[in-house]
Design a protein around this ligand. Structure first.
Ligand SMILES: NC(=O)c1ccc[n+]([C@@H]2O[C@H](COP(=O)([O-])OP(=O)(O)OC[C@H]3O[C@@H](n4cnc5c(N)ncnc54)[C@H](OP(=O)(O)O)[C@@H]3O)[C@@H](O)[C@H]2O)c1
Length: 278
């Protein structure tokens, strides 16, 4: 599919409806996802920490798009977050899970950070992410349809000074997503990691401000609306879409996303020799 292809809203809802659960849904990419999903006619469940922002966004989505919206104020870095989401969702059928929350609390040397903050980041980006995939992805596999979008980062590619625990957790998310793609793509459930670079969100701006820096036009940083538009269109083309490489592939030069796809397919084939191909 072309990276700019327009999504057919009927097809999208049939495959991924009726409800989308957007985990990390109040600002930045977390506002762009529900807006674009609501425009496709999807009902949305919004999860984040800031109750006021969630209420405001819920009101706008309901009146602008006439969809149903449910908000849940929840800190994902606390154990038990998944149980609270499952309880709030109740009997609503989640056809699309978007796990978007993921930025670190700050960019600092490992030893200058706080162990409670690092542990919270591990819970948010690994434990809660894994649990939501298990629960809601499991239901999708049973139904034989659905989609999972994991918002990842180039941080998954390797270690980086001042981003130690963040890079480690993003590698966890990317590998989990790719493995789930290998397990679920023949079961009607699409999985995609969106491995993005710097994007102009309030969190990026806040982190830069802490270091006396700001976003300038020369940086040419993409906006959340663009990432979300391309990312949703790529949902059937997992396991990983790397921005901006995969948006502009060059003839005869495999992109990073294509390399990762080839790796998952080959690694799955080799591993089957030792553990079976079921
Ligand atoms: N922005 C970038 O430059 C960039 C670059 C590469 C990858 N990414 C990835 O893109 C995703 C979104 O990033 P972002 O810059 O928009 O920032 P973010 O700080 O991860 O925020 C995204 C959403 O998640 C919510 N959230 C964050 N921590 C939460 C927590 N502990 N519990 C509940 N909700 C929480 C935020 O709302 P509340 O604050 O209201 O809770 C917000 O709605 C992340 O996965 C990030 O790793 C971003």
């Amino acid at each position: 599919m072309s990276t700019t292809a327009k999504i057919d809203s009927n097809e999208f809802r049939t495959k991924y409806g009726p409800w989308a659960l957007i985990v990390g849904a109040s600002h930045g990419l977390g506002e762009a996802f529900p807006r674009q999903l609501a425009a496709l006619g999807m009902n949305c469940i919004l999860v984040a920490r800031s109750a006021e922002k969630l209420q405001a966004l819920q009101g706008q989505l309901e009146s602008e798009f006439g969809i149903e919206v449910l908000s849940l104020t929840q800190d994902l870095s606390l154990p038990g977050a998944t149980e609270r989401m499952v309880e709030a969702v109740g009997s609503r059928e989640i056809g699309l899970l978007v796990y978007n929350a993921g930025s670190p609390p700050y960019a600092k040397h490992f030893l200058k950070g706080d162990m409670a903050d690092w542990s919270g980041l591990v819970v948010k980006n690994a434990q809660t992410l894994m649990e939501t995939c298990f629960h809601f992805g499991g239901e999708m596999v049973e139904r034989g349809r659905g989609g999972v979008v994991l918002v990842g980062s180039h941080a998954a590619f390797g270690g980086t000074k001042k981003l130690s625990v963040y890079t480690a957790t993003k590698a966890f998310g990317a590998n989990l997503g790719e493995s789930l793609w290998a397990e679920w793509s023949d079961k009607g459930v699409d999985v995609i990691n969106l491995l993005i670079a710097n994007t102009d969100t309030p969190t990026l701006r806040a982190h830069m401000a802490e270091h006396g820096l700001e976003v300038t036009p020369e940086m040419n940083i993409p906006i959340p609306e663009h990432i979300v538009r391309v990312g949703l269109a790529q949902l059937p083309n997992g396991p990983s879409f790397v921005f901006p490489d995969d948006e502009h592939p060059q003839e005869g030069k495999p992109t990073r996303g294509q390399h990762r796809r080839d790796y998952v397919i080959e690694s799955t084939r080799i591993t089957a020799t030792f553990v079976g191909d079921d």
